[in-house]
Design a protein around this ligand. Structure first.
Ligand SMILES: Nc1nc(=O)n([C@H]2C[C@H](O)[C@@H](COP(=O)(O)O)O2)cc1CO
Ligand SMILES: [Zn+2]
Length: 161
């Protein structure tokens, strides 16, 4: 009989938890997304959340999505998945697994495929009916990237920071 501690979080809870915690850094007032890339042997390789590129100030660039002309966040936000891919400076992501709190768009799907990521575990899929997500699924399927929805455990975690 083992005397190891009970009640520790699972690998899936850990990685999706890191993705969800990363999302809390996002300044987007409407949707905060976080991603966590994991290599073989369950090592975290990179994390990211949606935000503007370096040098594009959160105070100066627009967070509105109904702004006129170029005053619209969609021109400037880097998605959490792309940020996680670009934040990785260690070499290859070949065979890695991506945990993300929202299903990847078609642009991120291209980056995921080209980076060699082979599995996507997502939580929310609120844009499932959009052409972007439908195209994303079409590409991921064609490229043989496995994707499946994270199964929530209902565990609540409170952190005192
Ligand atoms: N998979 C995704 N990862 C992301 O990081 N995002 C980002 C882009 C925007 O900053 C925000 C979506 O804003 P909204 O359209 O719900 O107001 O989430 C969006 C998606 C959706 O495909
Ligand atoms: Zn995207």
């Amino acid at each position: 009989m083992s005397d190891k501690r009970e009640g520790y979080i699972s690998w899936d809870e850990y990685f999706m938890g890191v993705a969800m915690l990363s999302a809390m850094r996002s300044k987007d007032p409407s949707t905060q997304v976080g991603a966590c890339i994991v290599g073989a042997d369950n090592k975290i390789l990179s994390v990211g959340y949606n935000g503007f590129p370096i040098g594009c100030s959160d105070e100066e660039f627009p967070w509105s999505k109904i702004g006129e002309d170029i005053d619209n966040k969609y021109f400037y936000t880097t998605h959490s998945e792309l940020n996680a891919i670009l934040n990785y400076r260690g070499g290859s992501l070949e065979g890695a697994k991506l945990y993300v709190s929202l299903f990847p768009c078609n642009e991120c799907a291209k980056a995921i495929i080209q980076a060699g990521i082979r599995t996507v575990v997502y939580d929310c899929d609120k844009y499932a009916d959009t052409p972007s997500v439908r195209a994303s699924k079409r590409m991921l399927k064609a490229a043989g990237v496995e994707y499946y929805q994270y199964r929530r455990t209902g565990r609540k975690i409170e952190l005192e920071l």
